[in-house]
Design a protein around this ligand. Structure first.
Ligand code: GLN
Length: 230
């Protein structure tokens, strides 16, 4: 093994049930998606191999702090709360939350309509925080988004709160014909790559990201996953 290269491996943590940002290929289980392509391209730009580690969403920030991973690449929204624990790169995608309900649901059209309802969310996410802010709502949390959507489609929850592009992608796949998005996208949530607090890695990632934006590689990856230029 090449020791010098080994020490340069960039270990990226992800929770891979968040298509089209991170998910696993059906047969090979390879990690794929917008974030996966982008972090690999960033690593390449930095001259470092990228190793992807699969972990729970709520385990990602602790893994940064314990040194088990170098960077979070997991559709993580840049929030003031998280900024107390980690440092974020420049934003690389602008997202926002949306509400998903079953097709047969006609009474839920906004956050207000979720009062007293049962909401299914992924643990540790901004969607979970949003659900917890709804008066009288019962919030059910799960480790994976597969479970989050199953709860809705098994009629054990009235709605899901999740990042809109992930909900929209689900509606073109397993959720097709079963579920729909209702209402407007909530506040804009920029995604960033999280690193250890004040680590110089943030600057290195920003530099690589800037280069990928300049040389067209970022646009290429964006277009591959979202079908249009950013
Ligand atoms: N963007 C949301 C958050 O940061 C959800 C991320 C995710 O589930 N991977 O909390």
């Amino acid at each position: 093994k090449d020791a010098a290269k080994e020490s340069k491996v960039l270990r990226a943590g992800t929770e891979p049930t968040f298509a089209p940002f991170e998910f696993q290929e059906k047969d090979s289980k390879d990690f794929t998606g917008f974030d996966m392509d982008l972090i690999r391209a960033i690593g390449k730009q930095m001259g470092r191999d990228v190793e992807i580690k699969n972990m729970g969403f709520d385990a990602l920030i602790p893994a940064i702090n314990s040194g088990n991973i170098d960077v979070v690449a997991s559709g993580m929204s840049i929030t003031e709360e998280r900024k107390k624990a980690v440092t974020f790169s420049d934003p690389y995608y602008t997202s926002g939350l949306a509400i998903i309900v079953r097709n047969d649901e006609n009474n839920i059209k906004s956050l207000k309509d979720l009062e007293g309802k049962t909401i299914s969310v992924q643990i540790g996410t901004t969607g979970a925080d949003k659900a917890a802010s709804v008066p009288g709502a019962k919030v059910k949390t799960f480790n994976t988004n597969a479970e989050v959507f199953l709860e809705l489609n098994n009629k054990n929850a009235d709605a899901v709160i999740i990042d809109r592009p992930v909900g929209a992608y689900f509606l073109t796949k397993e959720g097709k014909g079963q579920d729909k998005i209702v209402g407007e996208t909530m506040d804009a949530e920029p995604y960033g790559f999280a690193v250890k607090k004040d680590s110089k890695l943030a600057g290195e990632i920003n530099k690589a990201l800037g280069e990928l934006k300049k040389n067209g590689e970022y646009d290429k990856i964006y277009k591959k996953w979202f079908g249009e230029a950013p």
